[in-house]
Design a protein around this ligand. Structure first.
Ligand SMILES: *Cc1c(COP(=O)(O)O)cnc(C)c1O
Length: 364
């Protein structure tokens, strides 16, 4: 146990951790986001005292005043990342510095206190170290880590909070989509948009998700797995799914993904796949792609594959695409070969099965 300056975390071990046998049973078939590890991290911020009182402590509920700002004005941001079990023992994070940087950018956009990037990384490492036994083994399984920050000043005034609480919780996860489904079906939302220029589309904040739920519910009603959003200005350019970026694979072997123009969340999976695709010698374009073009290319066969990507779902093939004016299938509707190669290349690095040539792993 280390004692405090702002950069160190005090460890209070959970006196009643889940029993080994019970935990092992839970790890066999974890349901996404329902089972949490024995510990959590909390760090407080106040305008006068800065970041303080950082702790790794037993996972527990919070008590909040009913005036707490986050409950009224949604001043909240989060991250999503994973820890993976390594074949030689131990575990690793994947590009935690990229999450730390994005978390700071999100904080700035939401007028919140930025957490020092080193403290973000250290908090995640500390939680994974103490709850190491909670990392499931097996294909596609990992420990999902959810750092987040809420505005905690108790006042109904409409202003940035003077106090914040940063937390990290973690849960063992298996595959995000139903096991065995080779691809997802998308619903093109023509009624709702996700992000407008100047808005919060490139910040990872809960408000973006709250605003996307009606569109997601519509997709579910239409028998689709996920919604795909078009740009808010022309309602023409494909942007991303509710929580995943999107890629297209063409018959000349090239790959395309929409550019980061401020309305798309800059995914770390997206960025990593661009690098890995170029390593494979594939041409990658970050260029806008129109929904009509998507349908035309799918019908003509110029478009061979499409996939969605993000930390939670990794890489998932897009099979059918539906909308009020659209109905088409990409390729044969199943998982394509380029998608598969990219997914394997990413998972091989994350699971420590190949050399980490880009220095993306943070071994613990
Ligand atoms: C988190 C997120 C992604 C994926 O980002 P990763 O860093 O790859 O996990 C994509 N879109 C949205 C809207 C997101 O919130």
């Amino acid at each position: 146990m280390r004692t405090s300056d702002a950069q160190t975390l005090i460890v209070e071990k959970n006196p009643n951790p889940v029993a080994d046998s019970e935990r092992d049973a839970l790890l066999l078939n974890p349901v996404f986001g329902r089972v949490f590890t024995d510990h959590m991290v909390t760090i407080e911020y106040s305008r006068e005292r800065g970041w303080q009182n950082g702790k790794v402590r037993p996972h527990a509920a919070l008590q909040l005043d009913l005036a707490t700002l986050v409950l009224h004005y949604a001043q909240e941001i989060f991250e999503g990342m994973k820890a993976y079990r390594l074949p030689e023992g131990g575990s690793t994070l994947f590009r935690p510095g990229a999450n730390a940087r994005r978390f700071r950018n999100s904080a700035e956009r939401l007028a919140m206190a930025p957490l020092p990037e080193e403290l973000f990384i250290e908090s995640v490492r500390a939680l994974v170290r103490i709850d190491q036994k909670w990392i499931p083994g097996g294909d596609g399984a990992a420990l999902y880590i959810r750092p987040f920050m809420i505005a905690t000043e108790a006042v109904l005034g409409m202003k940035p909070s003077a106090e914040y609480l940063y937390c990290v919780v973690a849960c063992p996860v298996g595959s995000y989509f139903k096991v065995g489904s080779p691809s997802v079906t998308l619903w093109i939302s023509d009624q709702y948009t996700r992000a407008a220029p100047g808005g919060t589309g490139d910040a990872k904040c809960g408000g973006n998700y709250a605003a996307s739920l009606a569109a997601q519910a519509e997709a579910t009603r239409e028998g689709c797995d996920q919604v795909v959003f078009l740009d808010a200005v022309e309602r023409r350019w494909v942007e991303e799914l509710g929580g995943m970026n999107v890629f297209f694979v063409f018959d000349d072997g090239s790959i395309q993904t929409p550019p980061l123009t401020g309305t798309i969340l800059p995914g770390i999976t997206r960025d990593s796949l661009i690098v890995l695709a170029r390593d494979m010698g594939l041409a990658v374009r970050e260029e806008p792609y129109a929904i009509d073009q998507w349908q035309e290319d799918a019908l003509s066969g110029r478009l061979r594959e499409a996939f969605a990507c993000g930390t939670a779902a990794v890489v998932t093939s897009i099979g059918n695409v539906k909308g009020r004016q659209y109905n088409f299938t990409v390729g044969d509707g199943g998982a394509g070969p380029v998608t598969g190669r990219l997914k394997d290349a990413l998972l091989d690095i994350q699971n420590g099965r190949v050399e980490d040539r880009h220095g993306w792993l943070d071994r613990l």
